[in-house]
Design a protein around this ligand. Structure first.
Ligand SMILES: [Zn+2]
Length: 590
């Protein structure tokens, strides 16, 4: 290298370094959010702002991602430093994926504002935040419940005074989308499932607002409940992730506490940690070994504090996703292995009242004699002039309540197409029977199924299910599905196909057609066959005669005797009350 070309080289090097520093330098904010004026953007304004960010930054892209019940498409806004937006490539690079869902309840819009501001800030590298994108990719659903967001009014949230206008809780099909993650009645939920399965997020956040009680915390959290995860994931949550999140928030302006779920009448006696089932967003995420959580802003805090505290939460979450990149990925991988090799699976849990930790709580004294400005009568309220700080008990340990032996295969007849569609949507692996086959399976009889007497989110949910098991040889047809249970989606498979699981397909009415009888008998039409049946089964005949001797009422009752014959012979259809999904414990042989 000559002296001159060396100089030239140094100049080029200097320019390159200067340019890259410039590229990393903080840029001015692009978006003008108005949460300080108690204004949250409309749906169209939100999408317009994300389009602006997309047009400005090559590291961001707004992508249409399936339809919603409103006919409008769902979007994802992806922030990926490499400029690569393909999930598979991103995952193969070993980056953590953080998925944030906003506006599931559009009357609770803090996350909509906070995500916009955070996206703007991380893209412009405010305070060096862009460095986290070396380790993580961020996927934001700007507004999930689009139909509800378009149904905007000042009269949608009676407990809330700001922002002045918000969307409505139900979607265009009037469903609460935060009950729809497994039954998937809405187009929104089906699109969400595709998004979730495509990105397979390591961390998942769903943003909400609550009005339960008044205290000094602008933001609370429903964390991923550690005890429903396999050991490695539970330990990572308890020892690293959750303490890290509380610490990170504690360093800022908005100390984080768990969602205030009263365990006792007086909050000073303790609060309880919740465990969200699969119908909820965070519970759904847990089925896929994803760390899912919800923020719950307190509606009595100012809108600006609610947005800023959610912003801080997102900031803390993304920071942790980068700081603990390897542990997050490794714990999930190990957790999946642990689930796949477990012997037992718990279908339900109960809180352990002997175990708690102490947390610092900033509250307001309860006043049971506050005078209502509306009625002039005394009512319960909180006295904001009497704040207090106390160390309180937080009960957050759950223990298994109903454990089952994990079957090795489920056999699902193709007649239950809506079930197969949902299994496929959630990327469950299966094989199809190639020919009609008789398989020896364990079947559950649904002895008692008690339903709620009013519709709940479009269903008569079965709140109580009692079963009894039997081994039977059952005929299946070519095209029926065999599902090996010990696969990556084992938790989803068990929670959906075990009839007694808390949000199983059975509970949500997908199998109701087996609950009533298709054949029966008439009092004189059955006689010829009944006579033949008694000849055919001497034990039955003996049983009938015994019963006549011991039960005089029965002896005088013609129909009761025919019923006895009908119910204790092959005339009674085996498929009545038989849960159609068969189980195979052990090797698959047919
Ligand atoms: Zn909500």
């Amino acid at each position: 290298m000559t002296h001159l070309s060396c100089k030239k080289f140094l100049v080029i090097l200097f320019l390159l370094v200067a340019f890259s520093l410039l590229a990393d330098a903080e840029k001015p904010a692009l978006l003008k959010l108005r949460y300080n004026e108690n204004y949250s953007p409309t749906y169209d304004e939100v999408i317009e702002m994300y389009k602006q960010l997309d047009a400005t930054y090559s590291q961001a892209r707004l992508i249409e991602a399936g339809l919603t019940d409103s006919g409008r498409p769902l979007h994802t806004f992806v922030i990926s430093r490499s400029g690569n937006f393909d999930a598979e490539t991103i995952r193969s690079e070993g980056k953590t994926v953080v998925l944030i869902n906003n506006g599931i309840h559009p009357g609770e819009p803090e996350g909509i504002d906070a995500s916009l501001e955070f996206a703007d800030d991380i893209l412009r590298n405010k305070d060096g935040m862009g460095a986290w994108l070396e380790h993580s990719v961020l996927v934001i659903i700007p507004v999930y419940n689009i139909g509800g967001a378009l149904n905007r009014s000042a009269y949608n949230r009676s407990g809330q005074t700001t922002p002045y206008e918000t969307g409505f809780r139900g979607n265009y099909g009037n469903l609460d989308l935060n009950r729809d993650f497994t039954k998937c009645d809405s187009e929104n939920a089906r699109s969400f499932t595709r998004i979730f399965q495509y990105w397979n997020p390591d961390l998942f956040l769903d943003t909400h607002t609550t009005n339960g009680s008044d205290h000094q915390h602008a933001i609370t959290m429903i964390p991923p409940q550690p005890d429903q995860f396999p050991g490695t994931m539970r330990d990572f949550l308890r020892k690293t992730f959750l303490p890290g999140l509380y610490r990170e928030m504690g360093n800022g302006q908005y100390p984080l506490i768990p969602y205030v779920d009263y365990f006792y009448e007086d909050v000073r006696d303790g609060i309880r940690g919740g465990q969200e089932g699969p119908r909820f967003s965070s519970g759904y995420a847990a089925l896929f070994h994803s760390y899912g959580m919800m923020t719950e802003n307190l509606i009595y805090a100012s809108y600006s504090d609610r947005v800023r505290s959610t912003y801080d939460f997102i900031r803390s979450l993304v920071k942790l996703s980068a700081d603990h990149q390897q542990e997050i990925l490794a714990s999930r991988k190990k957790g999946i292995e642990e689930s796949m090799t477990a012997g037992k699976f718990s279908l339900s849990y109960e809180i352990d009242t002997t175990r708690f930790q102490m947390i610092e709580f900033h509250g307001y004294e309860v006043d049971r004699q506050q005078i209502s400005p509306v009625t002039g009568l005394p009512r319960l309220g909180y006295d904001r002039n009497r704040p207090f700080t106390a160390s309180i008990r937080y009960y957050d340990t759950y223990k298994p309540l109903l454990e089952i032996d994990i079957p090795d295969y489920f056999v699902v007849p193709q007649a239950w197409k809506p079930v197969l569609e949902r299994l496929a949507l959630n990327k469950v692996e299966y094989r199809v029977l190639e020919r009609d086959t008789i398989i020896r399976v364990l079947v559950d009889y649904l002895d008692e199924v008690t339903s709620q007497n009013r519709p709940y989110n479009g269903h008569f949910f079965h709140s109580q299910v009692l079963t009894r098991s039997e081994i039977q040889e059952v005929r299946y047809f070519a095209g029926d599905w065999i599902i090996p249970v010990r696969q990556e989606r084992i938790r989803y498979i068990l929670e959906m196909l075990e009839p007694k699981a808390r949000d199983s397909f059975l509970r949500w009415n997908f199998f109701d057609s087996v609950l009533d009888q298709r054949e029966y008998f008439s009092s004189f039409g059955f006689e010829e066959n009944a006579l033949r049946t008694l000849e055919e089964f001497p034990e039955l005949k003996k049983g009938l005669e015994e019963r006549r001797k011991t039960d005089p009422e029965f002896a005088k009752n013609h129909r009761a005797q025919l019923q006895y014959i009908y119910e204790n012979s092959p005339w009674l259809e085996k498929s009545w009350k038989r849960y159609p999904v068969g189980k195979i414990m052990g090797r698959l042989e047919y």
